[in-house]
Design a protein around this ligand. Sequence first.
Ligand SMILES: [Zn+2]
Length: 156
Amino acid sequence: MLKGTSGVHRSDDMVVVERHRHQFPSLCLSCGSACAVPDAAPAAPGTRPRVRPPLCPSCRSRRGRAAKIIAIAGLALIIAAPAVFFLLGAVPAVVMLLIGATDVGVAWWLRQAAAGFRTAREDEQYVWIARAHPDFLAALPNWHGMKLHELQSRDG
Ligand SMILES: [Zn+2]
C-alpha cells in the first residue's frame, strides 16, 4: 500500500472508491506505471462529485488519438457525401453518410472508453471501478465490506 492512499480499496479485481473522501495512489489505473493523481474536480452544489482515477499521459493520449482519427474520417465522409450525390447518385452518397455517421458514433464511444476504466456500480457513497491494472490493485488495502455480487443480489 502506498503512503497517502485513503478511501480506495480493492475487492478481488475491483476498485472500491469512497466517493466523498478518497486519495488515489499515484499510479496509472490502466497500466500501473507511476503517474500524477488528478486534482479532484470541484462538484457543482447538489451534484455528486465525479471520481477521477489517475491515468498516465500515454494511456490517455493513445486512446484519444484513435478516437480523433476515426472522427475525422467519419466527418470527411459526411462532408464529401453531397459531392458524391451529384457525381454518382443517391445510393453511394447515402452509404457514405451511413458509414460517416457510424464512424463518428464509434469515435464518440472510443472517447467514452478512453477514460480507461469502467464504472461497474455507483451509489451515493461508493464507486466500483473495473479493469484496473494488477499493479494498481496491489497498491490498495483490502475492502472489508460487501462484495459487488453480494450488493447486486441484495439490490436484485
Ligand atoms: Zn498508463
